[in-house]
Design a protein around this ligand. Sequence first.
Ligand code: HEM
Ligand code: HEM
Length: 188
Amino acid sequence: MQAQPPHLQKFTPVARLLHWLMGFLWLAVWIIGYAAANWREALNPGHGLTAAHKALAATLLFLIVIRVFWRLTHPAPALPDSMTPLMKRAAHWGHFLLYAVALIALPVSGWMWSSVADKPIMVLWLFQLPPLVDPNPAYYVLAKQVHIWLAWITGALVLGHILLALKHYFIDRDGVMESMLPRHGKEK
Ligand code: HEM
Ligand code: HEM
């Protein structure tokens, strides 16, 4: 078997910064949302966690605009030739779904839920996000179910993404993880 070069081309520094900033923010928001909804008595009696969940999650709506603009103007590095064409296609579709569902549809569904429920969303406790639609109690349950379903579907998607990234790093050692990591001292 032919050895792969240890390092592929990297994502740009801006793309890496946005990936890790939004990635860790996304994970924190998921955990806070879960805790707010499911450990209400113990952790969320005054709805402080719900407010934190929304205040942090709302920033993703702004960051994704910058990120999509950056991605469209700065292509991702090529995947290694050790990956089959099928795996490469699967990786591209997986990343597309992460953008479309985890980073766009999920926060928009939360925005929609709070809008129909007539509940405010603060962006980092600084200013209020305008409602997406008029309040409408008839759609409350649907909006809630959509947000919860999307949260669990994307939770599984992100878990798969992280496990595959770790497989690239520890098993395949093909430079894919390094393409998203900070620059290492001995690299050019
Ligand atoms: C503007 C954006 C968002 C708003 C307004 C919003 C709103 C909410 C609200 C009101 C709840 C219920 C909390 C409670 O019952 O106290 C909730 C639950 C939840 N949210 Fe969000 N959310 C947003 C974005 C996100 C994002 C980006 C994620 C994932 C990273 C997420 C994941 C969750 C999860 C996992 C739950 C708990 C679901 C359950 O098991 O019941 N939300 N969200
Ligand atoms: C914290 C654990 C995470 C690790 C180790 C990780 C690792 C990686 C790596 C190595 C890549 C480059 C893969 C490639 O080019 O094939 C990548 C891309 C990507 N990651 Fe993550 N990631 C993590 C969390 C997340 C989270 C939580 C999200 C979003 C919810 C996310 C969204 C994305 C997206 C959308 C891409 C595609 C980038 C592009 O092509 O523009 N990642 N990740």
